[in-house]
Design a protein around this ligand. Structure first.
Ligand SMILES: [Zn+2]
Ligand SMILES: [Zn+2]
Length: 266
């Protein structure tokens, strides 16, 4: 399996996943042109994509979905709640009926995407019908969970035992508390249905490493309340406190905001 986050952060998210003849993007939260450019930078022709999946309806995850679907005839998989929003709001423009692929987030079924099977699981995030995914090609498993206020048993059960995981490490607690955000926004981010901070991400990364996860991407960093350094240092410290030396049994990669991150093959 090949995995590469090509956009990551509160400014926009898209992650490329490939195995055999299946080539997909999880989220397309950037301008169509920008996503095409970043795919080409990692040697992927955008016209070779086979499908798109969305985690939820926030703009930093859906901005380029419509353009890419229309340009390359791509089906879009998303939960019923997300599709309901997309159709009502017309946020991503007109999508051909045959490309609308809704699923029930509470059901946690398997999507057959060709050489990759995707399992989705509900995440706790605002009022959204949001999900994370586990991609399985029969040899390797890659799990992705961004935009989650806390790690639910469902999220934990889905991601433990994967080979690689992209996990949100959204904000540094002190930076958020002392920062300029208005109080209601701070409350929203801090809530159990907001975002995961560096400390909680670190604690879950320790669980993931103990379950056998070999590669971690730390992603969806806040532009105002976090830095790559803060996220990496906090997660590394929490790992050491749990008796795990970072970068030994598990490699930790930071994701880039506007550029492709590491292209991982495993
Ligand atoms: Zn987001
Ligand atoms: Zn969100």
């Amino acid at each position: 399996m090949i995995v590469c986050p090509i956009l990551s952060g509160s400014s926009g998210n898209a992650t490329y996943v490939e195995s055999g003849s299946t080539r997909l993007l999880v989220d397309a939260g950037g301008a169509g042109r920008c996503i095409e450019t970043n795919l080409r930078k990692i040697g992927v022709d955008p016209s070779s994509l086979t499908c798109l999946l969305a985690t939820h309806e926030h703009d930093d995850h859906i901005r380029g979905l419509g353009v890419l679907s229309r340009r390359y005839n791509l089906p879009i998989y998303a939960s019923v709640g997300v599709w309901d929003f997309l159709i009502r709001s017309a946020r991503i423009g007109e999508i051909s009926k045959r490309f609308i692929k809704p699923f029930l987030s509470v059901k946690g079924d398997v999507l057959d995407l060709g050489d990759i099977k995707a399992t989705y699981f509900a995440t706790a995030h605002d009022e959204c019908d949001s999900v994370g995914y586990v991609f399985d090609d029969g040899k390797s498993k890659f799990g992705l969970a961004t935009d989650l206020g806390h790690v639910t048993p469902r999220v934990r059960g889905s991601l433990l035992g994967c080979d690689a995981v992209l996990l949100e490490s959204n904000y540094d607690y002190q930076s958020l508390i002392k920062g300029p955000y208005p109080y209601p926004l701070k409350q929203r981010i801090l809530s159990p249905t907001g975002h995961l901070d560096n400390e909680d991400a670190g604690k879950f990364v320790a669980e993931l490493v103990r379950s056998g996860v070999k590669y971690i991407f730390l992603g969806h960093l806040s532009e105002n309340n976090n830095t790559e350094r803060l996220a990496y240092d906090t997660v590394s410290r929490v790992l050491r406190e749990s008796g795990i030396e970072p970068q030994t049994t598990c490699k930790i990669y930071m994701t880039k905001r506007y550029e492709p991150s590491r292209k991982l093959e495993f």
